[in-house]
Design a binder for this molecule. Structure first.
Ligand SMILES: Cc1cc2nc3c(=O)[nH]c(=O)nc-3n(C[C@H](O)[C@H](O)[C@H](O)COP(=O)(O)O)c2cc1C
Length: 331
């Protein structure tokens, strides 16, 4: 067990915040697969303040997902602080996370996200303005720098710590790298050595063994897993188990994948209604079937499905066909 501020976290595996993915339906499912901490998708400070209905729905948290970290982004101090105060006083989030890693132009243009990585003073100013006004622990999620000539990870992390941040999550890529190339774990190690608050290492943890390797090589307090968990909450479960026992569990069967995809679908539809839930489930369903032999036809059909029942039928038929094909091969 370790802590962010006074929030107790049971293990060293954290689900990364992912826009368009980490809503309550997915987070709850990943939580049930053992994540120590789940992070919600980023929410715009201004959209919170404008009371945007879609944004307000993004603040929904199920009690069973907690502890949960809710991420906000923004470029101006006043609105960022106001949004943080709103989250502090009106949600059951355990932690308020500030995004300073998003590489997308639309966000950078608003002086938000990874833009801050060029200026430790701005990080200090913004984070201290937030920590002064809220009671929940505040954390920062950063990348290591803007580009390879501007890597201020240590200075930025120290600025956040001085400003009262309770932990840092560090993605080992620069803004310019986007999601390409390798995550630099050595810089993650340097940051861990430079600060006294917990550091969560992130980037390229694509197997339970790599999670252990990151912990060993960098000394971070926990690993954060993003893309590998898409359609694959077993990654979380298998990593938690591996870190605790050194034992590598089997990959899920097709039956298990379909079962969880159906659960995820039901939760998304409950959360967002059938139309949007099914639309959003298209990409998840495709991820659940990734790598499964003979998935082409089912993935294509899932991508065009419009109703919950259509999706259920496609997934169940795929499972039946896949099981029959395996039985024939084994006979
Ligand atoms: C679809 C997607 C959406 C993301 N959205 C966010 C976000 O809202 N906030 C954030 O801090 N990072 C976001 N990220 C970055 C991830 O949290 C993580 O830092 C990155 O994917 C690297 O980790 P990984 O190698 O385990 O995927 C997103 C990544 C992906 C793939």
């Amino acid at each position: 067990m370790w802590k962010i501020g006074d929030v107790e976290i049971d293990n060293r595996v954290v689900l990364a915040p992912m826009a368009g993915v980490c809503n309550s339906a997915f987070r709850l499912t990943v939580k049930e697969f053992g994540a120590g901490l789940v992070c919600a998708e980023m929410v715009s400070d201004k959209a919170i303040l404008f009371n945007n209905p879609k944004t307000m729905n993004m603040l929904y948290i199920d009690e069973n997902e907690r502890p949960l970290s809710l991420q906000i982004f923004g470029g101006e101090k006043e609105s960022l602080v106001e949004a943080a105060v709103y989250v502090d006083q009106n949600t059951t989030a355990d932690i308020i996370d500030i995004n300073m890693g998003c590489p997308v132009n639309k966000i950078i243009r608003c002086e938000a996200g990874a833009r801050w990585l060029l200026d430790p003073n701005k990080i200090y100013e913004m984070v201290s303005a937030v920590t002064e006004k809220v009671s929940k622990p505040v954390t920062c999620k950063m990348r290591i720098g803007w580009d390879e000539d501007h890597i201020y990870a240590v200075e930025n992390a120290k600025a956040a710590e001085r400003a009262g941040a309770a932990a840092i999550s560090l993605h080992g890529r620069t803004r310019v790298q986007m999601y390409e190339g390798h995550a630099d774990w050595d810089i993650i190690r340097q940051v861990k050595e430079a600060v006294n608050i917990p550091v969560i290492g992130n980037g390229d943890v694509t197997s339970p063994e790599l999670a252990q390797k990151m912990l060993d090589e960098t000394g971070v307090d926990a690993v954060m897993i993003g893309r590998e968990a898409l359609g694959n909450p077993w990654m979380i479960y298998r990593t938690v188990h591996y870190l605790e026992t050194g034992e590598l569990m089997d990959e899920p069967t097709v039956k298990e994948k379909v079962e969880i995809a159906l659960l995820h679908l039901r939760r998304l539809v409950e959360l967002k209604g059938e139309k949007i839930g099914v639309m959003e489930m298209r990409k998840h369903a495709s991820w659940y079937l990734k790598g499964v032999k003979g998935n082409g036809k089912a993935r294509k059909a899932l991508n065009q499905a419009n109703t919950e029942q259509e999706m259920i039928d496609i997934l169940q038929n795929f499972q039946a066909e896949s099981t029959a094909a395996t039985a024939t091969q084994q006979a």
